[in-house]
Design a protein around this ligand. Structure first.
Ligand SMILES: Cc1ncc(COP(=O)(O)O)c(C=O)c1O
Length: 433
């Protein structure tokens, strides 16, 4: 090993909890040193029972569950770590619809959707989504992951010579989609419309296709996208828009059509991206766009064309979820989600740094990622599971406890969760003075 490698090994051994994601990313040599090093680090954490990730559940993502840490240690927790926002993943009618679909179509689709993998149930889901969102000139293209929607759609829509302008807080799937496209990738400061306009002014001309990518509710910051202004500016400069509503489809807007509905811009957005893994309670995703664009994406989003279609069980479950989302149960759960998020936020407001978060993704900034492991260990052992995030999901030294409030949490559970967060803030020194 080189001198550098030796000092890194020493560092990892001495400071096993002092971890940042990029520590193991560098490619150090022709052999697999970084991989061995990561394995060693992982084992040390696990032996010491402070590896807090990948804790295993043996039941659905309900508001309060038991889980087993990586080395088997059991913990009972309030679950603010899952984005099962409306509890639909375990709704009995959704489970029944999934079971019926498996009984009819079998487990897998066994082919690309463009070849022989499109089933009746896929068409039912497309039509259900088209009716739910309600614009007659739009269609739906289904994908097997939300991540793949951004990856496939951006790289199909943008070519070398074109430009992607994205919010700096955009999800990794948007960033990677932009990179894969071969177009120029530019970032504007989070929700900063002046900066966006500067970039649009510099890049838009009659010959260059420009795509602006933003989110409905930002997954790492928990605030709403400034969609009204984004759409206005994009139109003014002749750019296209992609809005990722992963954390807001079925949730925001009176009818659950997302932040686009809430801010009155549904018709103006070119590419509306949704994931089935969040409020829908399943897995997969879709893009909602003009019918011609959808036809093209079906063929030219390569991770769709060259990959197996969405499985029948999930597809059947999603059809039922959309039906429920338009019924009183959907309206009730959306209202409860909003009330729960406001209640929880209120318990933390002024005591810890909530950043700009303003929705059902509640963020508590704690600063250095060096605290992440010990802090997460403390939270879990105290009875709270969160979706803690750090670099590269968010900038360095800007690590966060991220909590997903759901419609199914009780106020007692949220009050207990807030108490644990505040006690952690006291112990790890991030209470606001
Ligand atoms: C904003 C955003 N887009 C896309 C994705 C990817 O979705 P999926 O997990 O369904 O692949 C996520 C996942 O967390 C997300 O937060």
């Amino acid at each position: 090993m080189s001198e550098l490698d030796e000092s890194l090994v020493e560092h990892v051994h001495k400071n096993y909890a002092d971890y940042t994601y990029d520590m193991f990313m560098m490619n150090m040599s022709a052999d697999l040193e970084e991989i061995d090093l990561f394995g060693e680090w992982f084992n040390i954490l696990n032996d010491k029972n402070i590896y807090t990730f990948e804790a295993v559940r043996d039941a659905a993502q309900k508001p309060e569950i038991d889980l087993a840490r990586k080395n088997g240690a059991p913990v009972h927790i309030i679950n603010l770590s899952s984005y099962n926002y409306l509890g639909f993943s375990y709704h009995p009618e959704v489970i029944k619809a999934a079971q019926d679909a498996v009984a009819k179509y079998g487990l897998g689709a066994s082919s690309s959707p463009v070849l022989s993998g499109t089933y009746q149930i896929h068409q039912e889901l497309e039509h259900a989504l088209e009716n739910f969102f309600g614009l007659p000139d739009r269609g739906v293209s289904l994908f097997t992951a939300g991540y793949s929607v951004n990856l496939g759609v951006i790289s199909a829509f943008i070519k070398p010579g074109h430009v992607v302008i994205m919010d700096q807080a955009s999800h990794m799937s948007i960033v990677e989609g932009a990179k894969l496209s071969g177009g120029e990738a530019l970032y504007f400061r989070h929700n900063d419309m002046e900066h966006l306009e500067e970039l649009l002014k510099a890049k838009c001309d009659d010959f260059t296709r420009v795509l602006v990518c933003v989110e409905g509710v930002y997954s790492g910051d928990g605030d709403f996208g400034n969609l009204k202004d984004v759409v206005r500016l994009a139109k003014q400069y002749g750019a296209f828009t992609l809005v990722d509503e992963a954390h807001s489809a079925l949730l925001a807007g009176e009818n659950g059509r997302g932040v686009c509905e809430m801010q009155g811009v549904l018709e103006d957005v070119d590419l509306y991206v949704m994931t089935f893994s969040k409020a829908f309670g399943g897995v997969g995703g879709a893009v909602y766009a003009k019918k011609n664009i959808v036809k093209y994406i079906n063929w030219y989003a390569k991770c769709r064309m060259f990959s197996c279609a969405l499985d029948p069980a999930v597809t059947g479950g999603m059809v039922k979820v959309i039906e429920l989302a338009g019924k009183p149960v959907g309206y009730e759960r959306r209202a409860r989600l909003n009330a729960n998020a406001a209640y929880f936020r209120n318990l933390l407001q002024g005591k810890v740094n909530l950043g700009v978060s303003d929705a059902w993704v509640v963020i508590v900034n704690f600063g250095s990622e060096k605290k992440t492991l010990a802090l997460n260990d403390y939270l879990q052992k105290s009875g709270l599971d969160t979706s803690i995030i750090q670099f590269p999901a968010v900038p360095k030294n800007d690590a966060r406890i991220r909590m997903f409030v759901t419609s199914e949490h009780t106020q007692e559970q949220l009050a207990k969760a807030a108490e644990i967060v505040l006690s952690a803030a006291d112990k790890f020194d991030f209470l606001l003075k």
